[in-house]
Design a protein around this ligand. Sequence first.
Ligand code: ZN
Length: 197
Amino acid sequence: MLRLREPGGQGTVKVLLQPRDYVEQKTLTPHDYGLDLWQAIPGVTEMAVAKQQLSYQCDQCGSPNIVALPVLHEQGTRTYSSPTNWGSSQSYSAQGAAPPRRKGYGGPFLLWGFLLSFFLFWSWACYSAMLKYPKTASSMEYPLGLLGLMVLGCVIGLVLTTRKVSRYNQAVFPVLYSTWARTYMCRRCGKLLHIPS
Ligand SMILES: [Zn+2]
């Protein structure tokens, strides 16, 4: 509240000054976001939005109708369940928009585990044959040594593959995933755009 002396007059005029904070503290309405009532008219809002997103249009056909891959993937994937059947179905475009996956350890373990058990079994067979027939033991030394090398090779292979998978999941996968999350597809011509944000 301020008291101002009227120029030339004798009385005082009370002037109400609204603190600016009052305006800023009230909850934001669509009006505050720059949307006016007249923009509710169909078409007008779309034009305004299209104008705002000029930088986000397809650089091949110019269509502003682009969609993020995560959205495309989600929209095209339906999960279903019934007493006899459950799972999910995907549209063709949703399959193409699937996120990158972490690599699993199952495959390498299965492969190397199989080879390892194979060579271990024959090493054991060789060794027990040497114990059983000491006379021919010297002739078994070479194959046993070879099998031992194979077992060692399998162990090294398993360790290296495991390290490779773990390194992929820790370093490569996050980059691929964030790239995927920022990739958009034009709904008109199918061109993929990368929009860093
Ligand atoms: Zn396009």
